[in-house]
Design a protein around this ligand. Structure first.
Ligand SMILES: [Fe+2]
Length: 358
């Protein structure tokens, strides 16, 4: 069976594009009676972003706590609250934030039209009914959440990190305004942006390939190199480039390789955020990705980014076990790069030795 791939329906790119959000939301109000619902990263709670949004009486503004990555329980809480506050389905749901905020918008939107709990839809194509119309305006670039067909959710009870993979999870409209990333702290900008580079080179150096994915991933890698090997990754030009690279990288969404499993181990065992965990992972994979490792070290140096060392130096045996198990469980990506005998290369000792070097 050939996969029938879906893309985001509409997108616009350009400095100041946020001013057009009003038009996009008004067009939705014209065809649907319900309110608009805005999801904003809690980082914006005391900023003036809210005042720049076309919020009308009856609309809802939800501040998303992104201290930790989204959980299924948190999605259930937001969805229940929203259902109690609005009597009609929203005319549109708008996300302004990074990956966590966009994924929250996607998950809650699915729960507006599908009964039950978030965990019921963790998996592939389990969402039955189309969600309300969704618009994304990323304020951080790199995860590709603006154009992926999933929303990554941690299910604490089941000890499972899995999204609602569905065509219904995708945004209908993406608005890429590089002005929105102007005030991101440099470290966070780097850790998030470099996620695109990682996804894409992992996919390009794997064995499960696809020509369209390769073309998008190659372009995204080229753009990331331009950005992170330049003097200032946050120049006006580079911030726009980063948004486009993230968008292309998200569309590529091929199979990852070894970086993401090691990163997932760090997230599960030590609760590290995805972006910085990726950086730690690649920093000890010099034998598996020599060329990319070398470029990455140069990128960090050029952008003045430092990874504090020794994060896994003195852990308990139980923690090292959790790091190993949380990595080795990712069979598909590991075999994508290392072949079916990946366990012979990444033995427990080999992996723990790498963690100790971080
Ligand atoms: Fe990633």
């Amino acid at each position: 069976m050939y996969r029938n791939a879906k893309n985001v329906s509409y997108y616009m790119i350009g400095q100041g594009a946020l001013a057009q959000l009003d038009d996009l939301v008004s067009a939705r109000r014209a065809v649907h009676d319900g309110p608009a619902v805005y999801f904003l990263d809690h980082f914006f709670e005391d900023k003036n972003l809210h005042d720049r949004l076309p919020v009308m009486p009856g609309d809802q503004v939800v501040y998303v706590d992104t201290t930790d990555e989204p959980t299924t329980e948190y999605m259930d809480v937001i969805a229940a609250k929203l259902r109690a506050q609005v009597s009609e389905l929203p005319c549109c749901m708008v996300a302004l934030g990074g990956g966590a905020t966009m994924d929250t918008c996607k998950a809650v939107a699915n729960l507006m039209t599908n009964p039950g709990k978030a965990e019921d839809y963790q998996g592939w194509d389990l969402v039955k009914h189309p969600a309300p119309y969704k618009i994304a305006a990323p304020t951080l670039a790199g995860t590709g959440a603006e154009c992926s067909r999933t929303c990554v959710l941690s299910n604490v009870r089941k000890n499972l990190k899995l999204g609602m993979n569905s065509d219904f999870t995708m945004f209908d409209q993406v608005l890429l305004d590089p002005d929105l990333t102007r005030t991101v702290p440099r470290n966070q900008y780097f850790y998030t942006g470099i996620d695109t580079y990682m996804h894409c080179f992992e996919s390009l150096t794997g064995s499960y390939r696809n020509v369209v994915v390769d073309a998008l991933a190659q372009k995204a890698v080229e753009m990331c190199k331009d950005i992170f090997l330049s003097d200032d990754m946050m120049s006006d030009e580079n911030r726009e480039k980063m948004m486009i690279a993230s968008y292309l990288g998200g569309m590529a969404a091929g199979f990852v390789g070894v970086v993401h499993p090691v990163s997932a181990g760090l997230s599960v065992a030590l609760h590290l955020h995805h972006g910085i965990a990726n950086c730690y992972a690649l920093s000890v994979l010099e034998d598996i990705y020599p060329e990319q490792h070398k470029d990455f070290m140069t990128m960090m140096e050029r952008q003045g980014i430092e990874l504090p060392r020794g994060i896994c130096a003195d852990l308990t045996d139980a923690q090292y076990d959790a790091l190993y198990e949380g990595t080795i469980v990712h069979e598909r990506p590991l075999s994508n790069r290392l072949g079916p005998d990946y366990r012979k290369i990444l033995t427990r000792e080999n992996l723990i030795d790498r963690f100790k070097r971080m």
